[in-house]
Structure formats: C-alpha cells, structure tokens
Ligand binder design. Structure first.
Ligand code: CAA
Length: 258
C-alpha cells in the first residue's frame, strides 16, 4: 500500500502544505494516514516559520472517507479501543489556521476533515457528501454536528439520511465552502488566501481562530467572555503596538508574532 504525507513548508513563504497521498484508494483515511496527517500538522503548528497550513489531496480526490476496508471486520469494542477520533481531537487543537484545498471527492470522513479545517477552497469538480448511510452506518467524525451548525437541520438531514453527493456550487450555496474556482486554480487560490493571512499578526490570527471555534462549541455568553479575554490579551503583544502604530503612521505593519 503506497501512502505518505508530503510536508513542504517551503511551498510558499510561511505556508505549510500537507498533501494526502494515497491516490489509488482515493485518499481513504486509514489509521496510518490520519496519524501521519496529525503528526505533520502538529509539527507545522510548532514550527515558528509557518503561519498558515493547507491540507490538500489530488485532482480526483481530497479523501473518499474513512477506509471502509480497514473498518469492515471491526466490532463496536474494536472501534472503541482503536479510538480513532482522538487523532481528530488533536487536529482540532492545532492553533494555526488550516485551509482545505479540495478537488474531486470529499466524502464521509473526507468531508468531515474539510469541516475540521477552518476554511475550504473548492475546485469546480469537488463533490461533497456523507454517504455512510449507504454502508449501514452514520458519520462519526463530526458530520452530524459540525454540518448541522453550518447548513441547518433540514439540509444536514437530507445529506446524511440520503447519502447523496452535492457539487461544489451547492456546497457554496449551503455555506460549506468559501469559494469555488476552476480546477487548475484551487491550490493557487488556497495559497493566496493562506499568504494573505500570513501577513497578519500570527498571535491575533490564532486568538481569533480560537475565539471563532468557541462560537460553535459554547453558549453565547461563554463565547463572548472568551472573546473578550483574547481581545484584552492581544494588548500585551508587540504586534498590537506595531499594528496600531503603523495605522497612525500610514505604513504597512510588520508583524513579528511577539
Ligand atoms: N475506503 C476504502 N477504499 C476506498 C474508499 C474508502 N472510503 N473509497 C474508495 N476506495 C477505493 C476503492 O475500493 C477502489 O479500490 P480498488 O481499485 O482496490 O477496488 C479505489 O478506491 C477506487 O475507487 P472506485 O473504483 O470505487 O472509484 P469510482 O470512481 O468508481 O467511485 C467513489 C468513487 C464514488 C468515491 C467510490 O469509491 C465510493 O463510493 N467510495 C466510498 C465512499 C464512502 O462511502 N465514504 C464514507 C466512508 S465511511 C466514513 O467516512 C465514516 C466516518 O464518518 C469517519
């Protein structure tokens, strides 16, 4: 079985690129691949030269879901012991923004991985879906929860209960992706977005990401209190001094992440 993660921090200045590379299996997310993805993302999160991360697949598939062949013979206790979703929890804790650059199939766990990322750039050829219902199960990596918060009850019900695929344009209409671009441009567009974010204060970017995620995970009052503390905390940074001084002096800010 050929699979590896290509981690190329030099892909663009300060942008880390992780490419899922199990093309023959349409990047089906087996335990090894998810472990490698987690390790690559944690490493990039700790690398001070990287400010934003892109996760991508290939033109035919971002990822066609969890590896059905690996799961087929398992019972409930096996699944509980394997505890595959602790890997997903670790990825959820990555502080830097993660952009999914998606072409082709993003199904089941592949779509859930997109939703675990912070932003999604889709090629016109992207196809999204939660087809687990067709194989006698249901989404297990956030499909019912994260998608419900984005597309609302009736839409998530239809997608999860029928297992049907939607195209990139429909995903855009549902608010599942940031934008749809021609297939030859999806990685370039994701890189542009990442590079733009890299110009900001990384401390402010990370505090903002953390606060936005709270909006999906806590009641409003708790989220507001969290946001406020992060806002005040940023006044302890040199980047805040630099950003506001640059505004007053009518020049471009040079953020150091301090
Ligand atoms: N797991 C394991 N292998 C997979 C796979 C998956 N999720 N998806 C595709 N593959 C393999 C196929 O078995 C095939 O391998 P072989 O050549 O050895 O037979 C290879 O990838 C190419 O796939 P197809 O020949 O099926 O390609 P296609 O173009 O005819 O169809 C497809 C593409 C519609 C994506 C189809 O492969 C498919 O339906 N895949 C399964 C999608 C799915 O059900 N995903 C949900 C998985 S469960 C899950 O994700 C649970 C969770 O919430 C975490």
């Amino acid at each position: 079985m050929s699979q590896f993660i290509l981690s190329n921090p030099n892909f663009a200045p300060m942008v880390g690129l992780v490419q899922l590379n199990r093309p023959k299996e349409l990047n089906a997310l087996n335990l090894e691949l998810m472990g490698q993805l987690r390790d690559a993302l944690v490493e990039m999160d700790e690398n001070p030269d990287i400010r934003c991360i892109i996760v991508t697949g290939n033109e035919r598939a971002f990822a066609a879901g969890a590896d059905i062949k690996q799961m087929a013979g398992k019972n409930a206790i096996d699944m509980l012991k394997i505890d595959q979703f602790s890997t997903w929890d670790t990825i959820r804790r990555v502080k830097k923004p993660i952009i999914a650059a998606v072409s082709g199939f993003a199904l089941g766990g592949g779509h859930e991985l997109c939703m675990l990322c912070d932003m999604i750039i889709a090629s016109e050829t992207a196809k999204f879906g939660q087809p687990e219902i067709n194989i006698g199960v249901m989404p297990g990596a956030g499909g019912t929860q994260r998608m419900a918060r984005v597309v609302g009850k009736v839409n998530v019900m239809e997608l999860v209960l029928t297992g049907k695929f939607i195209d990139a344009q429909r995903a855009y209409e549902l608010g599942l992706v940031n934008r749809v671009v021609p297939v030859e441009l999806y990685l370039e567009e994701a890189t542009k977005l990442a590079t733009e974010i890299c110009q900001k204060s990384p401390l402010a970017v990370q505090a903002a990401k953390e606060s936005i995620l709270k909006a999906y995970e806590t009641p409003l009052q708790e989220g507001l209190a969290f946001e406020r503390k992060n806002f005040y905390m940023l006044f302890a940074t040199e980047d805040q001094k630099e950003g506001m001084a640059a505004f007053v002096e009518k020049r471009k800010a040079d953020f150091k992440g301090k």
